[in-house]
Structure formats: C-alpha cells, structure tokens
Design a binder for this molecule. Sequence first.
Ligand code: 5GP
Length: 120
Amino acid sequence: MGYDNDNIFAKILRGDIPNKTVYEDDFVLAFHDVSPQAPVHVLVIPKGAYVDIADFSARASHTEKAGFFSAVNTIVSELGLNEQGFRTIFNTGDHGGQEVPHMHMHILGGEKLGAMLGHK
Ligand code: 5GP
C-alpha cells in the first residue's frame, strides 16, 4: 500500500490542520494527541512520507532515523517524563489498530499506566 498524501498527519505537516506543537526540527514534528489517553499524550511523526514503523525502518535514511530517535530524547526531557517514566507505542496496520497511515510514535505518561494491553 502506498502513502496517502491526504492522511490527517500529512495535512498537519502541511499546516492545513492546526496542532498543538511540543517540538519541531528538520526531521520530526511532535504534538499533543487530540484525544489524550493519559495526562501526557504526545505523538511524534517523521517529516518524511512513511506509512508506518516498518516502512520507516525499510526506507528511511540513516540520517532520518537518527534524527527521529534523537528528537525523542529531547521531547521526553522537555515533557519532564524521564524521572518517572513513560510508554511509547507504534500502532501498525490493521491488527495493530493503526488509524492514521503516517508513522507515529505515541508517548504516554504523567501517571502510572495500566496493563500494556487493555483487553484482547
Ligand atoms: P493510531 O490509532 O493511528 O495509532 O493513533 C492515531 C492517533 O491520532 C489517535 O490517538 C488520535 O486521537 C490522534 N488523532 C487523530 N486525528 C488527530 C488530529 O487531527 N489531531 C491530533 N492532534 N491528533 C489526532
């Protein structure tokens, strides 16, 4: 499946839809999830057009990969999550429950989170 240029995060990257930005650099945009599942719920997306983490792993350059994961450290530090911890999730595809087909990492924290999987 190819990349859909009209997915909602592509529109956010183009500035067509507003977002509450937490952090931005040449490689990533991080913003608050519109429907937070924890006191802190931030999404980190690469600026390149990648459908999911598998696509990013396969096609992104080393520079893009380094850029993405370097930004994560800055973001969790700025969010004040390092001391008490947090959870990261990359939902992928149908079984993974991915709704938006642009790779994104959820960062969840701000309270003790429950079981890793809520239900089967
Ligand atoms: P997924 O289920 O694909 O892993 O997660 C998509 C996430 O994007 C959901 O947590 C959903 O609340 C969030 N989301 C969907 N549309 C928007 C939007 O327009 N703005 C923001 N900030 N988040 C969105």
